[in-house]
Design a protein around this ligand. Sequence first.
Ligand code: GLU
Length: 545
Amino acid sequence: MNYKALAERLLPGEYPPLSRYEEKYPPRDLPDGAEVTRLAPSPTGFIHLGNLFAAIANERIAHRSGGVLYLRIEDTDLKRKVDGAVEAVINALRYFDIKFDEGAEIGGDETYAPWYQRERAEMYRAFAKHLIEEGRAYPCFCTEEELSALREEQTQRKEITGYYGKYAKCRNLSEEEIYRNLDAGKPFVIRLRSMGDPANKIKFRDAVKGEITVTENDQDVVILKSDGIPTYHFAHAIDDHFMRTTLVIRGEEWLASLPIHIELFDVLGFRRPRYGHNCSLMKQDGETRRKLSKRKDPELSLEFYRKEGYFARAVKIYMLTLLNSNFEEWYQKNPDAPLEEFPFKVEKMSKSGSLFDLDKLNDISKNELSKLSVADMGAFLKVWAEEFGTEEQRHYFDDEEKLSRVLALCMGVGGKKRRKDFMTASQAMETIRYFFERTPRTDEYRVEKAERCGILSDFLATYSPADDAQVWFEKVKAIAGKHGFATDMKEYKLSPESFKGSVADVAEVLRIATTGRANTPDLWTIMQILGENEVHGRLEKAKDE
Ligand code: GLU
């Protein structure tokens, strides 16, 4: 067969000699040991926690070694492309402050650009043409129907599905048959002519999983689709070679494709990068552990964290806890050190599934947010409210003075210990809502209505915003005594049956009447912030509840 003529027929025209690409994308000038890593998401509109997990690992590895992290957009599959998806990816990664050195919509050193695969089409074709010339790739004219019939047949026979061995019909077409198909204008794809044998097992060192055994590939995978656009596999090999990636950290769902990639790198004559396949994020679901699922678990989507207003640093800390087994201990010892100082190690990445527990993340979030200054907390909430908040919530920022007092109180600033009431921006905004409007009651009164009304009336009769906390409390105690509630907790505990309740119950009436909630920070301060009129208004209204 005249492969050269065939290559010209299939991919007509001049392509640069392959050596030109080697010159154009020279090895990077980096110190020894510097790793070049990347994030290569497809713009499907769904960027998930697994992407962030890999992004953090890749970022740490690159930057701790003095290397480079870049962002490549794998947009070869137009069917899956969603408008605005690239922006969504970039926004999500920006939210988590993943620092790329180069890449799509990021810029940086242009040497290895473009970073959108569709803009690299010529190069993929040049290499595909070369493989055809070498007899290592061939045109396949099988239709979708034929391929699905094949899949069905293989499934029925309980054989491995795919285009390989005796099933690779077009692999052995004669020259004549090929040209007849071409003359008839039949669409074709280009497939790799695999030389692998699945009976051969290869030992492979995975940077995360350690030594693993891989079966040789025998699938004649598609390298160029009928529109001349490469498949992920082919583009991966070419791009990671020419972008001079040294280490590919990607999800373990790609492990099954590794044999294909090994063969592609070999047939293209490229040196392979090292690979590390990070384990999937699992979720405890009753008795079993399962992979986080797009359908069942909203927390899989990175959009979830932005919308809820998770504090990015907290999510990062939790990801690092899952990524490196010694991170937690390091962080306990170095709570104030920049996270960049943690000696992140690929070898410390978990080899089997990491359990993702939203409650654990929530605890970390509360802890991290409790360390912020009032000003930083205000800024964090404002950014969230501007994008996701309601009109009303955006007004919370009109009176900065008031907001600062609210935040300081809810965060326990100046107290013995910081409060940990805030978990996310959306939850924090909901938590402080009662300072800005009378909110629906979320907790029930323990004291019955007639008694409540009496307490509220008595309180209103004596309440003065000029009272300090102590005087205020003495007044509450006096009201408690008048209504048959113990004013002293010790006394109450000794003989609870002698009282209707204690001063705590009376305070709770005032608290729920003022805020709608049974649990709040110091009520005297809340009343100070609300001001006399508002307190009066709310307590009057509460009498009718
Ligand atoms: N485009 C692939 C994805 O969407 C990238 C896999 C890789 O990192 O090689 O996950």
